[in-house]
Design a protein. Structure first.
Ligand code: SF4
Length: 188
C-alpha cells in the first residue's frame, strides 16, 4: 500500500504535540482555508507516493520520539493508509496525534454524505485530534499546538466513549485558575 505525502517524515518536532515527534505530512486537502500555511499540500496529485514498508522502516529507526503526528494536507483523505501507519506506531508504543480540517462530529457520522470508509477506525487509533479548519479571523499565535481559536484539542478515546467531544484541558490556558491566583496574591 502507498500513501501520498507532501514531505519526507520530519523527526524531532516540538510544535506538533508534546515531546519529540515524527510528523507524517499527507498530501491532498480540499478545505481551502483562507491563510493556509501550506497551500502546496492541497493538490491531490502533488507530492509523492511512499510505500508503507518504507514508512515502517523509518518509524522503527526513530529514537527518543514520544509519538507521531499526522499533518497535512488532510490525513482523513487517506484514512486506510493512515490506519496502517497508526497500527505500526502503536506496535512501537508511539502515541498518535492528528490534525484535521474536518470536525470530530463529522468524522464519526457514518450517515454523512462525505463519510469515507475508515474514518471511524482511524479515529480509534488516534490519541489526540486537533480538529476544524484554520480560520484566519480566529488566528492566535499564543495558542498551544493550534493556529486558530476554533480548533479543538480533543481526547479521542474519551470522546468516542462518551459520544461527544472531550477536550484535553491541560493544553488550554486556565483563565479561572489564573484569576484565583491573582485574588490570592491581592489578599496576601
Ligand atoms: S486543513 Fe490545513 S492544509 Fe487544508 S487548507 Fe486548511 S490549513 Fe491548509
Amino acid at each position: 500500500m502507498f500513501i501520498r505525502l507532501s514531505n519526507e517524515i520530519t523527526r524531532d518536532s516540538i510544535v506538533d504535540g508534546p515531546g519529540l515527534r515524527a510528523v507524517i505530512w499527507t498530501q491532498g486537502c480540499k478545505h481551502n482555508c483562507k491563510g493556509c500555511h501550506n497551500p502546496s499540500t492541497h493538490d491531490f496529485n502533488g507530492g509523492f507516493l511512499m510505500n508503507l514498508h518504507e514508512i515502517e522502516e523509518t518509524l522503527k529507526s526513530l529514537k527518543l520520539q514520544k509519538g507521531i503526528t499526522f499533518s497535512g494536507g488532510e490525513p482523513f483523505e487517506q484514512p486506510l493508509a493512515c490506519i496502517e501507519i497508526a497500527k505500526m506506531a502503536k506496535q512501537l508504543r508511539l502515541d498518535i496525534w492528528c490534525y484535521t480540517g474536518y470536525i470530530f462530529e463529522k468524522l464519526i457520522d457514518e450517515e454523512d454524505t462525505e463519510y469515507k470508509e475508515g474514518w471511524k477506525e482511524f479515529l480509534e487509533y488516534i490519541d489526540v485530534l486537533i480538529d476544524g479548519p484554520f480560520m484566519i479571523e480566529k488566528k492566535n499565535l499564543l495558542l498551544r499546538f493550534r493556529g486558530s481559536e476554533n480548533q479543538r484539542i480533543i481526547d479521542v478515546k474519551k470522546s468516542l466513549k462518551n459520544n461527544k467531544v472531550v477536550l484535553k484541558e491541560e493544553y488550554y490556558p486556565v483563565k479561572e485558575a489564573r484569576s484565583e491566583y491573582v485574588a490570592v496574591k491581592l489578599v496576601v
